[in-house]
Design a binder for this molecule. Structure first.
Ligand code: ZN
Length: 658
């Protein structure tokens, strides 16, 4: 599919396909800007707390010392510390700082970016190789040789994050120092790996380099990087990673990407791979690969995705479970997996224009992803269960029973969260056409927040202003603030989420039905001052799971707009334990707006508590006496995204109905 207008091959953060390769195009850097509301508060916490604190953590955790050892500038006696992928935390932090600089320039951010760029550049070997832990052959992690243990060494994983960071720094600041480092390393990889004479046929155990290489291709125009990414996608699933202590599934190496029908294995690896494959499919015009990815996405959504958008149900191998294996209390749902899911969904949205991908991204962005970080922005969950029991015990570093933590030994999640907040503006809107026939050129709004959106439409630049208190309220008012140039007729499309039955759109005083699960589009010659108003009904919804999800059978989840709710112990009446409640689905649910927890809408509902005698057996005769009904109580639910901001206590998303 081709588009008739071109925009720069850049974006405010997410992937930026080459113009003409996708029906929808990301906007230019800074063209979409969240100006207020819920997400703006989260972004402020990210900028003011998380990013500065993260800079300190990279120092205190030893990431920067590792780079200095490789550079030969560390104090005598300094030793390499941390897991082998320590460099990747530096790169993700750099990416976060870069997008944040792009949102609002600051001397401090630029100073940090330059400092760390210099540290990274100094660590790079003469021939372009870069991985500080591997370079320190005598380090505490033991001697290693370059690329000698690719299933576990994460060398290309670190490279992929470097490439993404370098592209971000280049796009956001215009400075190319980190890009030069990235190009030298990419050239080294390109020389070393592939099917050519003297090259090694091998891939990294942890994908992400595929996304990084394609973005580097987009930034530099160097097609070899795209070809290398494509080769890596095709090589996977052929048993290329063998004999390394885990079955091929773990590494997404059991089935070729273009033949797979589902996602499996380590969840973050799986969705990083599919996101990278989507980039490859987009740039090479590979419709077969894209269709295969669509089937995998559908299967993941239907059978392996939590109602929160969380991905990966098993602690064991941090993996996707079997279909419908979605336990609430033992949910793994790594924060990074939700982020990878967002990245994949975004690429599929650009490539297809299908609304379901934006729906999923929104579910993740309002639930599974933000639950991974405190309202203060600087404390993190690695693991995001949907139920937390009374008496839970923290038995390892990442146990949710610790509450959110300031950092982890394996700190993949914190800087991943930072870069997602700082690039969030880029996911709001696109330009292009939802109509495969080539008509309907215009602007599409996918996510709602108080914001401004500028886009090139035909020969004109248009600017939209979005006023809303979404997700607290369902009214979204879009004003055409400026049309600079001759745009003629163009189409303004607003996403109506799949849950928004009964939505309406008002254009020029006329109200129209806006079917749920579709874009509602209006084509006209727009003028400055024109207004459209989308009204999304936010009635509380009681959702049930497919009955094959045993853990949620006989239970409901409360949803309001894009938010999934949870019962948290802190809000319940004295004596009520969240572990032991049932909800009365026939009683009305009332809403209460509060300034607490960052400003949320609480839900109050009727239920019953107790009824089980202390010390009674867990197992009872099915035909024997039934438990007492318990006492009527008023239960209160909060958005899942804000749970555990008042200490960690019992919590549940799925609530039994009887
Ligand atoms: Zn993580």
């Amino acid at each position: 599919m081709t588009s008739t207008t071109s925009t720069p091959a850049v974006s405010a953060g997410p992937a930026a396909p080459t113009p003409g390769t996708t029906p929808l195009r990301p906007l230019a850097p800074g063209a979409a800007r969240i100006t207020g509301g819920w997400w703006a508060d989260r972004q402020r916490a990210n900028r003011e707390n998380a990013i500065p604190t993260g800079r300190e953590r990279l120092e205190s955790a030893g990431n920067l010392t590792n780079l200095r050892i490789a550079a030969g500038t560390a104090p005598e006696g300094a030793t390499v510390t941390g897991p082998i992928f320590m460099d990747s935390d530096v790169y993700k932090w750099l990416e976060a700082a870069a997008w944040e600089f792009g949102r609002e320039p600051s001397d401090q951010l630029l100073g940090w970016i330059r400092e760390l760029t210099a540290e990274v550049a100094a660590a790079q070997a003469e021939d372009g190789y870069l991985d500080s832990v591997v370079q320190e052959q005598d380090g505490s992690l033991g001697p290693r040789g370059r690329y000698s243990d690719l299933p576990w060494s994460h060398e290309m994983y670190c490279a992929g994050h470097l490439f993404q960071a370098a592209v971000a720094v280049s796009r956001a600041t215009g400075e190319r120092g980190l890009l030069d480092v990235a190009v030298r390393l990419a050239d080294h990889l390109d020389t070393t790996f592939g099917d050519g004479d003297g090259q090694r046929r091998d891939v990294d155990g942890h994908p992400v380099v595929e996304m990084g290489l394609v973005e580097l291709f987009r930034e530099t125009g160097e097609r070899r990087y795209l070809e290398l990414a494509s080769w890596m996608v095709e090589a996977r699933g052929t048993g290329i990673i063998e004999g390394h202590g885990k079955e091929p599934t773990y590494f997404s190496d059991r089935v070729r990407v273009r033949e797979a029908t589902t996602v499996e294995g380590h969840a973050v690896r799986a969705v990083y791979l599919t996101a990278g494959a989507a980039d490859v499919a987009t740039e090479t015009g590979d419709a077969e690969l894209l269709a295969a990815l669509g089937r995998q996405f559908d299967h993941m959504l239907a059978t392996k995705t939590y109602v929160t958008g969380g991905l990966g149900s098993r602690w064991d191998m941090e993996a996707f479970g079997d279909p419908y294996e979605l336990p609430s209390d033992r949910a793994y749902a790594e924060t990074c997996a939700a982020i990878g899911g967002i990245q994949w969904a975004w690429r599929m949205l650009l490539a297809t224009g299908e609304v379901k991908y934006a729906d999923v991204a929104e579910r993740m962005l309002h639930n599974g992803f933000p639950a991974g970080v405190s309202l203060s922005g600087d404390e993190y969950f690695y693991v995001n269960p949907l139920q937390f029991r009374d008496g839970s015990h923290a038995n390892e570093n990442r146990s949710p029973a610790h509450g959110r933590r300031g950092w982890f030994d394996c700190a993949c999640c914190p800087p991943n969260i930072m870069r997602t907040w700082s690039s969030l503006d880029g996911y709001l809107a696109t330009s292009g056409s939802l109509d495969g026939a080539g008509g309907g050129e215009g602007v599409q709004l996918h996510l709602y927040a108080p914001s401004t959106v500028s886009a090139q439409v035909g020969g004109a630049r248009v600017r939209l202003e979005v006023e809303t208190d979404y997700p607290r309220e369902g009214s979204v008012r879009v004003r055409v603030a400026e049309v600079d140039g001759e745009a003629g007729e163009w189409t303004l499309s607003l996403r109506v989420p799949g849950w928004a039955r009964g939505a309406s759109l008002t254009v020029a005083g006329e109200q129209h039905d806006a079917p749920a699960g579709a874009y509602t589009s209006t084509t006209r010659t727009w003028s400055a001052g024109d207004v459209v108003e989308l009204d999304l009904p936010l009635e509380v919804r009681l959702s049930r799971a497919d009955r094959r999800v045993d853990d949620a059978r006989g239970s409901v989840a409360l949803e309001r707009g894009p938010l999934v709710y949870a019962l948290e112990q802190a809000d319940q009446p004295e004596g009520v334990v969240v572990d032991d409640v049932v909800v009365d689905t026939g009683a009305p649910v009332t809403e209460e707006r509060t300034d607490a927890l960052g400003g949320v809408v609480l839900l109050h509902l009727r239920g019953r508590s107790g009824g089980h005698e202390a010390g009674s057996a867990t197992w009872l005769p099915a035909d024997g006496a039934q438990p007492a009904a318990g006492q009527d109580v008023e239960l209160t639910a909060v958005p899942y995204a804000v749970w555990a901001n008042r200490g960690v206590g019992p919590m549940r998303v799925w609530v039994p109905t009887s």
